[in-house]
Write a protein that binds this ligand. Structure first.
Ligand SMILES: [Zn+2]
Length: 134
């Protein structure tokens, strides 16, 4: 019997990073390409436990402006990390503050010169750069 798991369990799931961190299962056993079923369950149960203990709302709308500083740290140290557009911008600003060139930044972030340049050319970039360096 072929089992199709819904796309709901994939890299865009709010707990995908947590589940992935738990998991060292072989790639062909990963649900949604992220983690095995056991690790997904662990992540979901832990999240639920914390929500109950602290009386948190069950549904949280992701904040599009939220920056995962750990993800940005990892990306800035050269690790391949999936960044949101806001996080990518934060990583570019941080590396620019270290006086890295757009080409160096693109290599470090496993991205392209054009993508880095597009952020550098944003009208608000200079102001944000000052804020990031502060
Ligand atoms: Zn696992």
């Amino acid at each position: 019997m072929k089992r199709d798991f819904p796309a709901y369990f994939g890299a865009s799931h709010p707990l995908a990073e947590v589940a992935e961190r738990h998991c060292d299962a072989p790639p062909n056993t990963l649900v949604g390409g992220v983690a095995c079923g056991t690790c997904w369950e662990l992540a979901i149960r832990d999240d639920e436990r914390v929500a109950v203990e602290y009386g948190l709302p069950r549904e949280v709308d992701p904040d599009p402006d939220y920056v995962d500083e750990i993800a940005v740290d990892l990306a800035c140290s050269g690790e391949r990390v999936e960044l949101t557009p806001v996080e990518f911008r934060a990583a570019v600003m941080r590396l620019r503050a270290r006086r890295m060139s757009p080409v160096q930044i693109a290599r470090r972030l496993h991205s392209t010169y054009d993508r880095v340049k597009a952020i550098r050319d944003e009208p608000t970039f200079a102001g944000r750069l000052v804020a990031a360096a502060a």
